[in-house]
Write a protein that binds this ligand. Structure first.
Ligand code: C2E
Ligand code: MG
Ligand code: MG
Ligand code: MG
Length: 289
């Protein structure tokens, strides 16, 4: 009796493994065609100046409109894209698309906005990055200060010397560097001081329980003090409640981002959401939309 249960258990295990392998292979197959089938889209989440509530820019977040599975978030496919190397052409597309959209906003009169693009470690260590970024800005005739590149703390600290070289080259172009998910990696303060970054984004994990956990309040306060002493702008991501927002403002965060203020959405929806906001930013004078 037990033996047969064990056997069933084994069969169950084996077939579920097969399903997983099958799913993975299917995902890789689908991902290979996603670019040519134009299945990727970018959603944009606004970033707000904490002191006056003005929109300062957008973060581009990748979505995959999968023909069978619907709209997929990066958590469902980025790891596979990285393992297969597909993240390189996908990342090129993201950069191009974000700059194309920024050009449209720029022409509409939103010349103060910056668009932030996330980079994966593989793009970051690919020798073409700086050249490619510079060519894409040129293609859309955008000034470099329109663009923020977000790299996670762990990516930036993986190979510190090479990060320093690449980030310096990007900074020389005039691009803003943002250190994403800050507080989850292991930054050496010495390197942090040398990194040519403009911005630290405090990881959502510390914002989550801010109103309940005094440790997190101390951590946020320490990150703000550290960042400001290095002349970095401090962004809080994942702001979901009024309470969190109030605390983050009084702790001295410069920029706020989160579902409370705006979810990531397609560009057309974003413009509608901004128009409907109670303290909607005035349309730029040159606006033709
Ligand atoms: P991230 O760069 O740290 O982006 C923040 C994530 O938190 C996004 O998830 C965003 O939708 C989500 N978020 C924003 N506000 C809130 C909030 O108030 N509450 C909660 N619970 N979540 C919030 P998303 O879009 O699923 O992206 C996840 C990660 O995937 C990103 O983390 C980034 O590391 C990566 N990613 C996104 N787009 C790209 C891309 O184009 N290229 C690469 N290489 N990675 C990307
Ligand atoms: Mg990010
Ligand atoms: Mg982040
Ligand atoms: Mg993150």
């Amino acid at each position: 009796h037990t033996k047969s249960a064990g056997r069933n258990g084994y069969h169950f295990f084996e077939s579920s493994m097969n399903i997983n392998v099958h799913n993975q292979l299917q995902l890789i197959q689908d991902l290979r065609h996603a670019l040519e089938n134009k299945e990727f889209v970018l959603h944009y989440q606004p970033k707000y100046d904490a002191s006056n509530g003005q929109v300062v820019g957008m973060e581009a977040l990748l979505r995959w409109q999968h023909p069978a599975r619907g709209l997929l978030a990066p958590g469902e496919f980025i790891a596979v894209a990285e393992r297969t190397g597909l993240i390189l052409p996908i990342g090129d597309w993201v950069l191009d698309e974000a700059c194309r959209q920024m050009r449209i906003w720029f022409d509409t009169g939103y010349t103060e906005w910056k668009v932030a693009v996330n980079l994966s470690a593989i793009q970051f260590s690919n020798g073409q990055l700086v050249e490619h970024v510079s060519a894409t800005l040129k293609k859309y005739a955008l000034p470099a200060h329109c663009l923020i590149l977000e790299v996670t703390e762990s990516t930036a600290m993986q190979d510190v010397e090479s990060s320093m070289t690449i980030l310096t080259e990007l900074a020389v172009l005039g691009i803003d560097i943002s250190i994403d998910d800050f507080g989850t990696g292991y930054s050496s303060l010495l390197y942090l001081k040398r990194l040519p970054a403009c911005e630290l984004k405090i990881d959502r994990g510390f914002i989550n329980n801010l109103a309940k956990n005094t440790d997190d309040e101390s951590i946020v306060s320490a990150i703000v003090a550290l960042g400001h002493s290095l002349n970095l702008r401090i962004v809080a991501e994942g702001v979901e409640t009024e309470k969190q927002q109030d605390m983050l403002k009084s702790l001295g965060c410069d920029t706020l981002q989160g579902y409370l203020l705006g979810r990531p959405v397609a560009p057309a929806q974003l413009m509608l959401n901004l128009d409907e906001a109670p303290d909607a930013p005035a349309r730029p004078v040159s606006s033709n939309v």
